[in-house]
Design a protein around this ligand. Structure first.
Ligand SMILES: [Ca+2]
Ligand SMILES: [Ca+2]
Ligand SMILES: [Ca+2]
Ligand SMILES: [Ca+2]
Length: 226
């Protein structure tokens, strides 16, 4: 009876140890870059009746000999496809009859372990009328990729704060952008919708002194560009 009890206890302890090792390996693989070569050697430590035994190392063909007799298992980390699509802002987007160009914003985050290209399609559901367009803003500067291409801007690099040269943002933040902001705030020139989108650095829907302060701090290197 005693032998049975001791054997049962040994198996339970061994089982717990092996389970912990498996979970640890899974967690590491989830954050490892695809294509990485891995040599994996697992070690099992156990005791019998409170007496520590010599550890046993793993082998791809199996190993029961205690001590340094294991062989690493070599493998290449696979490409893990994982992503999240989440709506930005409130659950409901208020619109009014006849309104055009209303939009709902989503972010798509690549949670996988390698760079990934995604294709997204918009689908009109239920009894909705009219066309549904998908506007992708790759660089998250508030202008869709198609808008940027039509304006001669780079859809892969943020143009937030980029107001100069006037009506022709050049992808660079410098004192010229601050001067255009000054002229807009003084009323010398009227900001277009594009300039409001790019210049609204404090995200309150309009151009104001707060945006000017933020832009000046970016241009002088006090804070990083958006
Ligand atoms: Ca953009
Ligand atoms: Ca851009
Ligand atoms: Ca500029
Ligand atoms: Ca603002």
């Amino acid at each position: 009876m005693k032998r049975l009890k001791e054997k049962y206890s040994f198996l339970v302890r061994l089982g717990i140890t092996a389970t912990v090792l498996l979970f640890t390996q899974h967690a590491l693989a989830a954050g490892t870059t695809a294509g990485t070569d891995v040599d994996n050697l697992a070690t099992v430590n156990y005791d019998v009746g409170g007496n520590a035994q010599t550890e046993i190392e793993s082998s791809p063909t199996g190993n029961a000999i205690p001590g340094a007799n294991g062989t690493p298992t070599a493998f290449e980390v696979d490409n893990r496809v994982d992503f999240t699509v989440a709506q930005v802002g409130a659950a409901h987007t208020p619109v009014f009859p006849g309104e055009t160009d209303a939009f709902v914003e989503f972010t798509l985050t690549n949670d996988g372990n390698s760079p990934m290209d995604f294709r997204m399609d918009a689908l009109q559901l239920g009894s909705g009328d009219g066309a549904v367009n998908l506007l992708v803003d790759t660089d998250d500067d508030g202008l869709s990729d198609s808008e940027e291409v039509s304006l001669g801007m780079n859809p892969s690099a943020s143009n937030r704060g980029d107001l100069a040269p006037y009506s022709m943002p050049n992808g660079t933040l410098n004192i010229a952008d601050v001067l255009v902001m000054n002229r807009i705030l003084l009323g010398d020139i009227t900001a277009t919708a594009t300039e409001i989108t790019l210049g609204d650095l404090n995200n309150n829907g309009s151009l104001d002194i707060g945006d000017q302060v933020l832009l000046l701090r970016m241009v002088t290197g006090i804070i990083p560009p958006p």
